[in-house]
Design a protein around this ligand. Structure first.
Ligand SMILES: Cc1ncc(COP(=O)(O)O)c(C=O)c1O
Length: 436
């Protein structure tokens, strides 16, 4: 784990939904079931908007959770979309977002992804921009854009940002730190400047600015501030000779955690404001953008699971096996993420939060059902529990459903929205038992 407070679980110590609603979700849709509390999405979107008000552009990074019903709700809350593939782009479209509100970035863009971005521009419905990772990718995109006649005969060029590797030391889990110099993401200042110099100013691509992302679940603001400072300085330098470069996208990375344990979006915004205040107004970027994922969805999501086995193991004590595991939430296995687990029933009796506090709890290791020894959620305090009891795993809204797999022939779990009035709405049905 990285800096203090940078718990990569992204899960705060409370349930975003009342226990009775979670039990109702299990009764109606079966287990395991993913539940997203709509009110928690709205709260997070409101907090982000308050920290980064207009004219900041706020996009939701779909990689955190691409469940269509969740994307739709965030789009309805006014968020644009940040996507890394045609698959995520299609999810943004299904959520009603026009291309001008969608940005495409990512280290893994395929030739098909680039072709689709160029085709959309040629059809007169361009994406807001494509953020490019390397000189090779820029050349490939330019060749496609050239062939499609962009930038000629009344067809506007395709807007492009260049991703900077900010070469900072992100205060987060090593697996979530992407802004360090050795990472595969983005270009060095030298590479980026050379890419700008090699791109004609009035060609098929319009280089509009700089994109960066430091890492996810940032436990402090320092690396982010350093990265934004570098981005702003490089942009100012390049824009001096190229006035069309007017945009800085500062990526995502805002963490979630217990109040006071991690910096809020407002703290990050305060750092950005300080940096921007030190720049003469004539040299300020005209467009500023942010694209968080985790902050918007992590706390809203839970997984309700059912107990399959309870056994005593020498040296460990109680070991509980549940019907959700690394196939539904791989983060504990991938990053050692700790997600709080609460019992919703004990020996068949319903528990509410008050009763749970009052009841006797003992540590138990909670393991998933997958045929891998590493499929575990770690140790949690649980009351007396037996087969068929229900538990809730908290803070699973980010990088849960979007990282799910069908290993062991397990279908994708149903995704349910918990509306503000307490009703449950199926957002995505359970996948099929046969086939992927
Ligand atoms: C370029 C970029 N932007 C935004 C995000 C979203 O990050 P987070 O979910 O931490 O806000 C990521 C996450 O990997 C990313 O790589």
């Amino acid at each position: 784990m990285g800096a203090a407070g940078a718990d990569p679980n992204g899960g705060p110590a409370h349930l975003a939904a009342p226990a009775d609603r979670l039990r109702a979700a299990a009764a109606r849709f079966g287990t395991p079931v993913g539940v997203t509390a709509v009110q928690a999405l709205a709260d997070a979107a409101g907090e982000l908007r308050a920290a980064f008000p207009d004219p900041w552009q706020r996009a939701y990074s779909l990689k955190a959770n691409d469940v269509p019903a969740v994307v739709e709700r965030l789009a309805a809350l006014g968020l644009d979309a940040n996507v890394v593939s045609r698959g995520e782009w299609a999810a943004a479209r299904r959520a009603g977002l026009p291309n001008r509100r969608v940005t495409l970035e990512g280290i893994g863009k395929s030739a098909g992804d680039l072709r689709a971005a160029v085709r959309a521009a040629a059809d007169g419905v361009p994406l807001r921009w494509v953020a490019v990772e390397s000189a090779e990718e820029l050349n490939a995109l330019a060749r496609l854009a050239e062939r499609a006649g962009l930038g000629r005969g009344g067809r506007p060029p395709l807007d492009v940002l260049l991703r900077l590797n900010p070469d900072v030391s992100p205060e987060t889990h090593a697996g979530l730190a992407v802004g360090h110099g050795a990472s595969k993401f983005g270009m060095t200042e030298t590479e980026l400047s050379a890419a700008v110099a090699a791109t004609p100013e009035a060609g098929s691509l319009a280089i509009r600015g700089v994109h960066l992302h430091v890492g996810s679940q940032l436990g402090a603001v320092d690396a982010w501030r350093d990265a934004v400072r570098r981005g702003l300085a490089l942009l100012a330098l390049l824009a001096a000779g190229r006035p069309g470069m007017d945009t800085l996208d500062v990526g995502g990375g805002f963490p979630v955690g217990a109040p006071g344990a991690v910096p809020t979006p407002a703290r990050f915004a305060e750092e950005a404001s300080r940096l921007l205040a030190s720049i003469p107004s004539a040299r300020l970027p005209r467009r500023l953008a942010t694209e968080p994922g985790r902050f918007l969805v992590a706390r809203a999501g839970l997984i309700v699971a059912r107990v399959l086995h309870v056994r005593e193991r020498p040296g460990w004590g109680r070991v509980v096996v549940i019907d959700a595991g690394m196939t539904e939430l791989i983060r504990p296995m991938l990053y050692g993420a700790h997600h709080e687990i609460r019992a919703l029933t004990s020996l068949g009796r319903s528990l509410d939060t008050g009763a749970l506090r009052a009841s006797a709890v003992d540590p138990a290791r909670v393991d998933g059902p997958i045929c891998e020894g590493t499929d575990t959620f770690g140790t949690h305090d649980l009351p007396p529990i037996r087969r068929d009891d229900l538990i809730a795993i908290a803070g699973t809204g980010a990088y849960g459903a979007s990282m799910a797999s069908t290993y062991n022939g397990r279908p994708a779990i149903p995704q349910v929205l918990l509306e503000a009035d307490g009703s449950l709405v199926l957002g995505r049905p359970r996948g099929h038992l046969t086939g992927r």
